[in-house]
Design a protein around this ligand. Sequence first.
Ligand SMILES: Nc1ncnc2c1ncn2[C@@H]1O[C@H](COP(=O)(O)OP(=O)(O)OP(=O)(O)O)[C@@H](O)[C@H]1O
Length: 690
Amino acid sequence: MSEDMLIHFSSNSSNQSDNSLPTKIAKLEARMVGKASSAAAQQPQVQLQAPQQPAWSSVSSATKFAATEELPEASISSDSDDENGGEFLIQANTQKRKKVNQEDNSIVFEPVADRRQKITEATDTKASSDGNRRKQGRGRGNSVSSRGRGSKVNDQARSQTSGSTVSPSNGQLENSYQKDGRFKEQLWSDDHTSLEEEVLSLRAKVAALEEDLRKCREEAFDYQNLCRQLEKELKELKDCEQQMKPKSSCLIQRTKIISDLLIAVSKAERQEARMKVRQDSLRFGNVGVIRAGTVISETWEDGQVLKDINAHLRQLLEAKEAVERQRKSLKKRQSDKGDGNDAESGTQEEDFLIQDEIYKSRIASIKREEETILRERDRYELEKGRLIREMKRIRDEDGSRFNNFQILNSRYALLNLLGKGGFSEVYKAYDLVEHRYVACKLHGLNAQWSEDKKQSYIRHAMREYNIHKTLVHHHIVRLWDTFEIDSNTFCTVLEYCSGKDLDAVLKATPVLPEKEARIIIVQIFQGLIYLNKRAQRIIHYDLKPGNVLFDEFGVAKVTDFGLSKIVEDDVGSQGMELTSQGAGTYWYLPPECFELNRTPLISSKANVWSAGVLFYQMLLGRRPFGHDQTQERILREDTIIKARKVEFPSRPAVSNEAKDFIRRCLTYNQAERPDVLTIAQDPYLTYSKK
Ligand SMILES: Nc1ncnc2c1ncn2[C@@H]1O[C@H](COP(=O)(O)OP(=O)(O)OP(=O)(O)O)[C@@H](O)[C@H]1O
């Protein structure tokens, strides 16, 4: 071995950084293939402990490492090429030098690039599979790789040795070694820096991956916990279901029993109602059919009781007329006789007077009987009216498609028809969930209607529903529920009011005692006050006897919000525009609603007027304006527009307080009429202990 070489080699070996570099690289490689640092310290360190090995070994290691990355393999192969070790090294170095001189820098950098690629691959492998990484890094992967590379280098070395034909002189060698050494130093230095950077970045990646792994483990742990918890809950639910099974079948049975009982009772009620109608028809009358050519029309034929009463009245009338005729002739005879002044004529005069008194007394008696019979007839007329309404109800019930005790929405057992309105049928029903009676209002759209008309009707009904569902007050009928039955029918479920409506009450008893009428109007005003104290004020607009219902305890409740108006916030004191002029029941609407020159402005004062009309009707048995007129005639004759002053007949008697209260409600001028909240303060509406 030459001195130059020794100097060169010793300078190489004395370079600490260069000495430590292979160790680091070995460690790095070990990491690249997935070894833990402790594992890496074992095998590569044995191969690369340059300072403790002979100089040639160190040189060969260092040189080969600078020229190629296959240093460890070369060291291993040198064991097998022991005899030719020195020659082989020189030849190998010469070959490498040649290569370095001939080829550009890329040859030198190629192994670095390769190494980087391997590092990246190793990192990728690491990242892609934690399990694989551990397996490969610790055992098989590494050894297989080492073996593979070792055998490849051996082959290369052999071919290089055998293929070497050029032996350069010592001077050339020295120069080239010097150059080579500097160049390699530079390379090592660069390589060292980049490797350190790579090591740093790898450490960072390892740290990040370890953090990822930790998080994944935590998540996996959480998921396992969640999974266990869900399994537990599922088991509990299944257990609960098992326990509930008998209960739910018991509930179904109970519901079935209740609905069967309700149906049986309703059927009995239907039968009874029809039987009563048949009996009452005999007494009060029935619908007969008249044929006039091909035209068949219905007419009312009075029953026996009414016939008897009318016959009785006719008899009384005839008797009265007969007595009056007698009396007339008596008077005529008396005047024909002239004035006499004897005693005989004095006796005749007395006879005349007595006879006349008898006739007068008889006429008075007939009149009294007549009055009694007339009162009886009025009573029978009311019965007749009730009978006609009941007949209509039964006819509507028989013609209804909901008359077969259906259960709607799996909840509402329909029973008997309560009545039929313009576009709806109201059934008494039983809520099988809440266990209470309800009124199911079935809104039917006519299949023949145009789509526009249907849409308008639905809009109207939905408006009513949206207003009504928000109202919760003792004197407002509650709206519990609403649902669709089919494309042409929907249902609103209302609080059931088992009493009559005020219309039916007034038909049965046209005049109510003032005390009773007062407490009804007080309740109506309480409902109205509620409507006007809400954030979203409401004008009912259709207050009439048919829209005041009574529950079983006689509590009055306002219903039917189909024409009601929501008062917008920006409405002035004069009120809001009435967009639905013409709707409503004219007897109960105030004069401003009939304004034709401009769009009427209405406010809660409209409700005050309607309540005044209701109260008048309850006390006096008739409406204050247009009582005997039809709706059409009221409009034609401007009856309400002319209703400037309210008149009170002498009978029945009404207190002055009640009359004054009615006058305040029926103030013609809207601006002067009190609104709901003002009239609520009226002493007539307040009760206090005396
Ligand atoms: N909540 C209820 N409880 C008991 N009966 C009711 C209830 N709602 C309505 N009714 C009765 O059902 C019948 C029909 O009521 P509905 O409101 O459909 O008719 P209407 O007011 O006469 O007609 P329209 O709504 O077309 O003016 C009436 O006799 C009414 O008394």
